[in-house]
Design a protein around this ligand. Structure first.
Ligand SMILES: [Zn+2]
Length: 443
């Protein structure tokens, strides 16, 4: 039976930094080394972890991935990816960081066991990622999300469209952003999977192929039912992921048939050429009250967020060398040229950050603007707001990317019609340039 031809492949990325960019070595371990695994991924407040045991890894690999919490491992970070499945069809079932790795031989055994405790990518946001912040009346929920992910290597996944509502009047939130989201927006499902943050309303699911579980495809025993939740066990299902729609079809238990949302996933058991051990996927499914709705990924849609004239950030530290409006043309010396933005003088290659969240709509060499990034920042008082950043030395965002307030989008340069390093910054309302002072204040 194909479902018993289990296979896995894993990768240890040894690096000097937490973001795994300064890589020292990548080590792969694959079947037929015996792997005992136990992984658990859930929503906010559910512990996420992976406990793994490799049997008889080579001494060389044991030494390389060895990591002990009691030793200062500050300069050794180990990333971990596990793909598992059947035959050659392997799905990513866990990506994270190694917290602890020890190797030992039990009394009376000839087997070396290499035991690993890992936490998933993004988990540090839950546990120790961010300092407290204060949010006042009018703060957009998206602002909290920005704070949440701006300092971490996490991308936005699917965000509920109903999320972008301001914090209501007379309310001030103080605390760790993830906690605030979890506690104050308890009507949402908040989770990080595969380096993507998803925040979904009750009946929303991540757009994806629907997973159908039936007696034939691997449902084991009867589902356990509590309130609107259903807990099911099935033969190992590597395609399972959080926030997806699961359709249950059973001939013997038709009372459970229907569409559910995957709320948590556990894989546990053994993949081994010599031991016949079981490998089970256990999931908690929720039955939504409303019809299930699919929510697209953030990158795939235009920015629909609201923006306000407050809460923007200055795009670069510097001094305004030329204000908005009529002025003398700095190149031709002619008067009465309308300056459609402001010029902020700063040193060459000073980082330029997005003044507000949005979607990048243009990155190109744009005539007199030189190297230029343009963004769609949503609407304010019914007007479409766009921003433009000119004369850059380079940009580091791609067209179509979702950008957060404060995220570096490029660097100060002097490209195009320019007499020295500065940022030309423009804000347009329905395409009409307005004084950026209205949004980013005076310098
Ligand atoms: Zn200018």
């Amino acid at each position: 039976m194909l479902k018993l031809q289990r296979n896995y492949y894993c990768e240890f990325i040894i690096a000097k930094d937490e973001q795994l960019k300064e890589i020292t070595e990548i080590i792969t371990v694959k079947y037929p080394t015996t792997l005992n695994l136990s992984t658990s991924i859930g929503s906010y407040n559910t512990p996420n972890s992976a406990n793994l045991q490799f049997i008889n890894l080579s001494k060389e690999i044991q030494g390389k991935i060895w990591k002990d919490v009691f030793i200062d491992n500050a300069s050794k970070h180990i990333g971990f990816n596990l793909w598992a499945g059947y035959g050659n069809s392997l799905a990513n079932v866990f990506s994270g960081y190694i917290d602890e790795c020890t190797s030992y031989k039990q009394a009376g055994s000839t087997d070396w066991v290499t035991e690993i405790k890992a936490y998933p990518q993004g988990a540090n946001i839950y546990f120790n990622g961010l300092s407290n912040a204060t949010y006042i009346q009018g703060t957009q929920r998206s602002d909290i999300i920005q704070d949440l992910i701006s300092s971490k290597d996490i991308k936005l996944g699917c965000l509920s469209l109903s999320l972008n509502k301001p914090i209501t009047k007379n309310q001030t939130l103080i605390g760790q952003p993830m906690d605030l989201l979890g506690k104050n927006f308890a009507d949402y499902r908040i989770f990080i999977e595969k380096k993507e943050l998803h925040i979904l309303a009750d009946s929303e699911v991540i757009e994806n192929e629907t997973l159908i579980i039936s007696d034939e495809t691997g449902l084991l025993g009867s589902p356990r039912r509590a309130n609107q939740f259903l807990e099911i066990d099935m033969i190992f299902e590597p395609q399972a992921s959080l926030g997806r729609m699961i359709t249950l079809k059973s001939n013997t238990m038709p009372q459970f048939n229907g569409d559910y949302i995957a709320m948590s996933i556990k894989h546990y058991g053994t993949i081994s050429p010599t031991k016949s051990g079981t490998l089970i996927t256990s999931m908690v499914l929720a039955k939504p009250n409303d019809k299930i709705q699919e929510v697209p990924r953030v990158e795939e849609k235009t920015y629909t967020g609201e923006t306000t004239t407050s809460g923007w950030q200055k795009p670069v530290k510097g001094v305004v060398t030329s204000p908005f409006g009529k002025r003398t043309d700095p190149i031709t010396g002619k008067t009465q040229t309308s300056h459609e933005g402001i010029d902020i003088g700063a040193n060459l290659n000073t980082p330029v950050v997005a003044a507000a969240a949005g979607i990048v709509t243009m990155t190109k060499y744009y005539g007199g603007y030189g190297m230029c990034v343009q963004m769609d920042n949503g609407t304010s008082n019914g007007k479409k707001i766009t921003t433009l950043y000119g004369h850059l030395s380079s940009w580091n965002v791609q067209n179509g990317a979702m950008v957060l307030k404060g995220q570096t989008i490029g660097y100060v340069g002097s490209t195009g019609k320019s007499t020295g390093p500065h940022l030309h910054f423009e804000v347009r309302e329905n395409g009409v340039p307005v004084d950026p002072k209205k949004y980013i204040g005076t310098f």
